[in-house]
Design a protein around this ligand. Structure first.
Ligand code: B12
Length: 215
C-alpha cells in the first residue's frame, strides 16, 4: 500500500478544510483492508506532524491548524463504529491526557487500539484534572492507566499524577507516551515501578499482547 500517496492527499484535504474528502480517503483505506494502526501511524499521524511543521514555520495559521485537527477528530469518531470489537473482555483501561495538556488525538488513537482488542475503554480526553482522574480510577478499577503528554512543560503534571496513582495503587500498571516524553523517559521508569514509556501504536500492540498473554 502506498501510504505516502494517501498521506499527501489526506494532508491536502485537512488543510483545505475538505472534511468529506478526508473521510473518503480514510474509508478507502479501510475498505482496502489496511490495518487501522497503519492508517493511524502512516497517514493520519504523519499528516498531522507535517501540519505542525507548517505551523511552526509560519506557513499556515493557527486557524488552519485548528481546522485540520478538528477534521481529524471527526474522522476518528466516524471510524469508531467500524473498528469497535464485538468481542469483549473484562480488562478495563483508563486513557487520558494529563492536566493542562490540550492535545488528545494521540491518546484517542491509543484508546482505539484497546477498543479494537475488546478492552473496556474509558477515554477521558484532554486536560484531565489529576484529582478527578484519581477518583475516576478508584471508581472503575482499571487493569491499566494510559497517560499522554505532548508538551514537555507538562512533565510536572505527569509526575504528579503518577505519584498520586502510585500512593493509592502501588502496583497498577501505567503506560505513558506522547511527544513531550521523547527525551525524558528514563527518570520515570527509574523512579516508579511498572511505569512504561511506549513511543507508538506498534509498541503498544506488543505491550498489550504481553499483558493479555501473561497478565
Ligand atoms: C493538532 C495540534 C494542536 C491542537 C490540538 C487539538 C487536539 N484536539 O488534540 C491545538 C491547536 C489545540 C494545539 C495547541 C497547542 N500546541 Co499543538 N500541535 C498539534 C499538532 C499539529 C498535531 C498533534 C497531533 O495530534 N499529532 C498526531 C498524534 C497522533 O501524534 P502524537 O500525539 O505524537 O501521538 C502518537 C505518539 O506520540 C503516541 N502517544 C501519544 N500519547 C500516548 C500515550 C500513550 C499511553 C502511548 C502508549 C502512546 C502515546 O501514540 C500516537 C500514535 O503514534 C502538533 C504537531 C505534531 N508534531 O504532532 C502540534 C504540537 C504538538 N503543538 C505544539 C505546541 C507548542 C502547541 C501549543 C503550546 C501552541 C500555542 N502556543 O498555543 C498549544 C498547547 C497548549 C497546551 N496547553 O497544551 C508543539 C509541541 C512542541 C513540544 N513538544 O513541546 C507541536 C509539536 C507543534 C510544533 N511543531 O511545534 N496543538
Amino acid at each position: 500500500m502506498d501510504f505516502d500517496l494517501y498521506k499527501n492527499r489526506f494532508e491536502k484535504a485537512i488543510l483545505a478544510g475538505d472534511r468529506l474528502l478526508a473521510s473518503e480517503i480514510i474509508n478507502d483505506l479501510v475498505e482496502k483492508k489496511s490495518k487501522i494502526n497503519d492508517i493511524y501511524e502512516n497517514v493520519i499521524k504523519r499528516a498531522l506532524y507535517q501540519v505542525g511543521l507548517l505551523w511552526e514555520t509560519g506557513k499556515i495559521s493557527v486557524a488552519t491548524e485548528h481546522l485540520a485537527s478538528a477534521i481529524v477528530e471527526s474522522v476518528l469518531n466516524e471510524l469508531y463504529s467500524k473498528i469497535i470489537s464485538k468481542y469483549r473482555m473484562d480488562n478495563v483501561v483508563v486513557a487520558a491526557s494529563v492536566e493542562k495538556e490540550v492535545h488528545q488525538i494521540g491518546i484517542k488513537m491509543v484508546a482505539d487500539v484497546f477498543e479494537m482488542r475488546g478492552w473496556n475503554v474509558h477515554f477521558l480526553g484532554a486536560d484531565t484534572p489529576s484529582s478527578d482522574l484519581l477518583k475516576f480510577i478508584e471508581t472503575v478499577n482499571p487493569k491499566l492507566v494510559a497517560l499522554s503528554m505532548s508538551i514537555y512543560f507538562h512533565y510536572p503534571e505527569l509526575l504528579k499524577i503518577i505519584g498520586m496513582i502510585r500512593e493509592r495503587f502501588p502496583d497498577l500498571a501505567i503506560i505513558v507516551g506522547g511527544q513531550g516524553l521523547l527525551h525524558s523517559t528514563s527518570d520515570i521508569s527509574e523512579k516508579y515501578k511498572n511505569v512504561h514509556y511506549l513511543p507508538d501504536l506498534y509498541s503498544l500492540e506488543e505491550f498489550i499482547s504481553n499483558i493479555e498473554n501473561y497478565g
